[in-house]
Design a protein around this ligand. Structure first.
Ligand code: ASP
Length: 380
């Protein structure tokens, strides 16, 4: 008995601790190049002159405003449900920077030296520079193509690398959960149920209030008409956890069941699968608060406003593949001065959260396609 508990505390726990640390290290390795390349690609698709037409402006406006509302829901639910309270994880909290106020956030975003921003991993500055780069490269047309192609290839490579690291995730996550449970006792598991609850309630609110409201106000149809028309794509997104993979189904659903034209849907939906991730944004709001509460770091209103901005950008940069939102969450945490170890906490339940958020991501795209089509004079 004595011997086995010595084995556990002297050998097994340190080994699991090491495995967990390696997993977190690999995740951290992905962040800067992944965020940099995927935001340039996202910005390039917005800066495309074709997108900047009337339909494009309308679509982007709707995409951004629904995303901001989603993060609001996430932050409000995170503040009400307080999923991380009671977890009180120490240690890494000491490494976290003090949460920045609104003015600091605004002043800290200009990358005076972009290379330094990349080297030191200043996420907000990296994002600003990447946005500028993507739009500028698009504006010079032919001459910017080579750069964008290279960058697209870098982004693809980083997605692949993410996929490879995620293969290691089950072991890494198991190790992190085991070490946390050994340190703090099994009571730590209850807060995770609260995170799941908060994200699912948030997704339901987004569908019931925002999408239903938009359909009633602009399309002048009942929400039931909308949801029964798109349920196939919603379900496919839930099970595949990939907006990109579901694109052919969402295209067919809005064209055949809702009657949206090919002209509108073939522009709005692929753009949405790339930049519009309401569910992911909502999830990032909830999880940022969860991590702050778990590590006992108070977040001022200014810091939460900062999260609103970074989560919007993070959701734009999130690829429509399973688990991408978790990697982008690390960007939101870092720029809010929260410990990146928080990723390890969320990772264990991420798949369950990914199902709901992907379903909402895709539903948001389909809702906007119907609104844009109707305001462009289409009848259905
Ligand atoms: N899996 C999500 C999607 O494909 C992205 C994410 O991980 O948040 O839409």
């Amino acid at each position: 008995m004595q011997q086995s508990s010595t084995f556990i505390s002297n050998f097994l726990i340190p080994l699991l601790d090491l495995i967990g640390k390696i997993f977190l290290g690999l995740l951290k390795m992905l962040i800067v190049p992944l965020v940099f390349a995927s935001i340039i690609t996202g910005a390039a698709s917005i800066g495309d002159p074709k997108v900047l037409g009337r339909i494009g402006v309308k679509t982007i406006f709707l995409y951004l405003s629904t995303t901001v509302v989603a993060i609001f829901f996430g932050l409000i639910l995170g503040n009400i449900i307080q999923p991380g309270v009671g977890l009180s994880i120490e240690g890494a909290a000491g490494e976290a920077k003090a949460a920045a106020g609104m003015v600091d956030v605004l002043m800290g975003i200009i990358p005076v030296n972009p290379l330094q921003a990349l080297v030191s991993g200043s996420m907000l500055q990296i994002i600003v520079f990447a946005l500028f780069l993507g739009v500028s490269a698009t504006l010079i047309g032919e001459k910017g193509k080579a750069f964008l192609k290279f960058n697209e290839s870098l982004a693809e490579t980083m997605y692949k690398m993410t996929g490879i690291v995620m293969k290691f995730a089950p072991l890494g996550i198991l190790a992190l959960i085991a070490v946390t449970a050994a340190k703090y006792g099994p009571a730590v598991l209850a807060p995770f149920a609260k995170v799941i609850f908060a994200v699912y309630i948030g997704c339901a609110l987004q569908a019931a209030l925002v999408y239903s409201g938009l359909i009633m106000a602009f399309v002048k149809k009942s929400p039931l008409w909308f949801f029964s028309g798109v349920k196939e794509a919603m379900l496919a997104a839930f099970v595949t956890r990939s907006s990109s993979a579901v694109l052919p189904i969402s295209m067919r659903n809005v064209q055949e069941n809702l009657g949206v034209s090919e002209k509108v849907s073939s522009f709005v939906l692929p753009l949405g699968a790339t930049i519009n991730m309401d569910g992911t944004a909502l999830y990032q709001g909830v999880c940022a608060l969860f991590v702050a509460q778990a590590f006992g770091i108070p977040l001022s209103m200014g810091a939460q406003a900062g999260i609103l901005i970074t989560a919007t950008l993070a959701s734009i940069g999130t690829a429509g593949v399973p688990g991408a939102g978790l990697i982008m969450l690390s960007m939101v945490l870092t720029s809010a001065g929260l410990p990146i170890e928080g990723i390890g906490l969320v990772a264990g339940i991420d798949a369950v959260l990914d199902m709901a958020r992907t379903s909402i991501n895709v539903t948001g795209d389909m809702c906007v396609s119907a609104v844009v089509a109707r305001t462009e004079g289409e009848k259905f």
